[in-house]
Ligand binder design. Sequence first.
Ligand code: ZN
Length: 256
Amino acid sequence: MRRSALAVAAVALLLGAVIGIAALASSTTTPSEPRTVNAASSSPSVTGCRYRSRATSVRHGPSGRKRIALTFDDGPSGFTSRMLDVLEAERVPATFFVVGRNVAGREALLERMLADGHMIGNHSFNHVNLAKADRAALKQIDDTQAAIESATGFTPCLIRPPFGLASRELLRALSARRLTSTLWSVNPQDFRTPGSATIRRRVLAGAKPGAIILDHDGGGDRRQTLAAIPSIIRTLKSRGYAFVTVPELLGLSVKR
Ligand code: ZN
């Protein structure tokens, strides 16, 4: 999210209430054990993840277990490789919502995400407001799916509408594309570079079972986020949390 999102943030919240944005009900599937990152024994053989047929937008997962999903938006960028190194060192999976225009030339980063056990979601092609769900917006979605598919062979089942802006029309269009709109429950506003200590404090204050945490690996200088993440992970682990991808948090199985 960028600064230009500020004016629309309140609208997004109101809109969310109006269109009934809600978390998925507690998962009825049997959740698998949280996966740890193991680049050595995995390969980018995942081809997609399953859609759950609901025209809703998810803000968090079921709260019954101490599981948390880290998410990173606006990449891939020059900071993504270091973020992947941090996650690999901490052995936790995350979910990357990528901007389609950033994929060309950084295909290897997307392949590494999947090989490392992370998941990839759609974040539009040019980081634009999709809420109108007009032809241009749908092209943003489809072009990004195509960019990710062509780079990796993986078809995302998640999309994060830029600025958190959705609409009934957009959710219908996403439903038709078997994409689940994925927002967040914790936003430390790392994109405003408030300092790594502040990012850490905000994330830890908001962390709850089922939380989806919004961070950024692109869209600007992400050194503060990079500095904050290891301590966030270690603290939450010490509090008994396991880290999972968003599909895992929501009980959406992965296709291989
Ligand atoms: Zn964004």
